[in-house]
Design a protein around this ligand. Sequence first.
Ligand SMILES: [Cu+2]
Length: 69
Amino acid sequence: MQTVTIIIKGMTCMGCVNSIKAVLKNLSGIAQVEVTLQPAQATIQYDSNNINIDQIKEAIVDTGFEIVN
Ligand SMILES: [Cu+2]
């Protein structure tokens, strides 16, 4: 299991936080998701055999947000 913290741009409220959380939790290979507004980031525990960071970032971008790191 691996952990990554992704800095996210564009979240303005808990609705944004919950949208990202819901999308990430539905991806296969994601074990745990923690999304916060302040700081604006997502900390994700994932199985690198099932999903990679680029796929995780893509899912966040597809939800309508920007990735900073
Ligand atoms: Cu929002």
